[in-house]
Design a protein around this ligand. Structure first.
Ligand code: IPE
Ligand code: IPE
Ligand code: MG
Length: 235
């Protein structure tokens, strides 16, 4: 992932992978600890998985960090997630130059405190020309994204819209097609993640809780993906 290294050969068959990072709370509960403890370890898994996906040459990775529905959680938990996030934004800003990653924040930034929002905008701007993409879905909801895109097109004067119009107005407009969604934590649902983009994505569910998820688990998901027959409606 370093800027000076030779191009990495991507043998995964995946251009774009999405992670629904679930199970932090249960991981902490199993240890008799508060949910916040799980989020702290979950953040470490996120960094490891991001690093590993770059190492194996995957062009785009999307992480579901915080949904439009997650604001419903107790204020103490929301605050602790925002603190972790703010700390990560600082770290990201500091280390940006080390990596060949273009960071994109998927979601409406306007709800965040100005300080956090400015950091996100700065990170996006400073990394815009990098080769690999890491999308961080923050205050993100798939339905919200589609509604916003259509409203944006209406505001631009469109009377009717095409699929390409919508794809081009989504937060992910500059990412390749989504190939695979991995959800940890054992639940088999999408929870409002990349609804439009997942139309023909493969889905992989694992019982592993996110703080326990690492490179070997990414490999297991990729091996499973390689066995899939993607027909896209054909034969
Ligand atoms: C995922 O873990 C992190 C966020 C949604 C922010 P959870 O906090 O949902 O953990 P569980 O599902 O309750 O175990
Ligand atoms: C999905 O997990 C959202 C993120 C991972 C950010 P949730 O824990 O919010 O999903 P549900 O509530 O189980 O559907
Ligand atoms: Mg959960």
């Amino acid at each position: 992932m370093s800027k000076c290294k030779a191009p990495i050969e991507n043998t995964s068959g995946i251009e774009h992978i999405g992670f629904i990072m679930d199970g932090n709370g249960r991981w902490a509960k199993k240890r008799g600890m508060p949910r916040e403890y799980g989020h702290k370890f979950g953040a470490e898994s996120f960094k490891k998985v991001m690093e590993y996906c770059g190492k194996i040459g995957i062009r785009a990775v999307t992480f579901y960090v915080f949904s439009t529905e997650n604001w419903k959680r107790p204020q103490k938990e929301v605050d602790s997630i925002m603190d972790l996030l703010s700390g990560y934004l600082d770290e990201c800003q500091r280390e940006l130059r080390k990596y060949n990653i273009r960071f994109v924040f998927l979601g409406d930034k306007s709800v965040f405190p100005a300080q956090m929002r400015d950091k996100m905008i700065d990170i996006e701007r400073a990394s815009a020309d990098n080769e690999y993409t890491v999308n961080l879905a923050l205050n993100y909801g798939g339905r919200d994204e589609i509604v916003r895109s259509v409203n944006k097109l209406i505001a631009e004067g469109k009377k009717s819209v095409t699929e390409d119009d919508i794809s081009g107005a989504l937060y992910t407009k500059d990412s390749p097609e989504l190939d695979l969604i991995v959800r940890t934590g054992g639940d088999m649902r999408i929870s409002n993640f990349l609804l439009w983009q997942s139309a023909y994505a493969e889905l992989y569910f694992t019982d592993v809780l996110w703080p326990d998820f690492g490179a070997a688990d990414v490999d297991a998901a990729i091996e499973d993906f390689k066995k899939r027959k993607r027909r896209f409606g054909g034969v």
